[in-house]
Design a protein around this ligand. Structure first.
Ligand code: DX5
Ligand code: ZN
Length: 221
């Protein structure tokens, strides 16, 4: 099954309730929330009170992507805020195994996010501890950047490793995802497609979610 996760970072930030409504009406599976701290990435976005407010306003699970330094200081706050899935960056984590354990103990699905320049082979000794891997297909920090096609090769390599070991780990692709690359992403082993600009920048964002799902399903045939 394919999952579509609209990223509210690309929506009108003065109307987050409207962004949630679009995701629900479009039949999205998750809502992707980008947390940036102004240190790990050069942008500053959403904190725990806003995530809690989003959780109160939607029945969709929140897929929270932490682009922060020292994520261990913030895990509890985002778990309490209602994250259903919580991803920490490989590049920001010193004790990744411990962090993933804490996310699972907090009742959320645990994810590792990797930047474009980070080889997926670095994950070989942590795959057993996570539920999903978030592959960045842009350099994190902003919505609306161009997709980096090399990421598909990373997805293929990682999904081969996951299949060989029969692990219950899924792949999420984040950055520049749209109609032109959704099928190729799914063919490369991706299950969860994050879409910011291709949804919220579309003339009809509700229809864009359905169109993206149909495009993605072409890759699963
Ligand atoms: C980038 C964020 C992405 C971004 C996706 O740092 O992690 O989730 O919002 O937006 P698009 O789809 O426009 O690249
Ligand atoms: Zn993201």
């Amino acid at each position: 099954m394919i999952e579509i996760a609209p990223s509210v970072l690309a929506a009108d930030l003065a109307d987050l309730a409207g962004a949630l409504d679009i995701a629900e009406r479009g039949g999205a599976d998750l809502v992707h929330v980008d947390v940036m701290d102004g240190h790990f990435v050069p942008n500053l976005t959403i904190g725990p009170p806003v995530v809690a407010a989003l959780a109160r306003r939607t029945r969709l699970p929140l897929d929270v992507h932490l682009m922060v330094e020292a994520p261990e200081r913030l895990l509890d706050a985002y778990l309490a805020a209602g994250a259903a899935r919580l991803a920490v960056h490989w590049e920001a984590a010193t004790h990744l195994d411990r962090l993933l354990g804490a996310i699972r103990a907090g009742g959320a699905r645990a994810g590792v996010a990797v930047n474009p320049a980070t080889p997926v082979e670095n994950l070989v000794d942590v795959l057993h501890a996570c539920d999903f891997v978030l592959l960045m297909s842009v350099n994190p920090g902003f919505a609306g950047q161009a997709f980096l096609p090399r990421t598909l090769d990373k997805a293929r390599r990682l999904s081969a490793e996951i299949a060989t070991r029969a692990l219950p780990v899924t792949l999420e692709l984040d950055g520049g995802v749209g109609l032109g690359n959704a099928a190729a992403a799914v063919r490369s082993g991706v299950k969860t497609l994050v879409a910011g600009s291709s949804v919220y920048g579309a003339a009809d964002p509700v229809a864009a979610i359905g169109a993206l799902r149909r495009a993605a399903l072409e890759g699963s045939r």
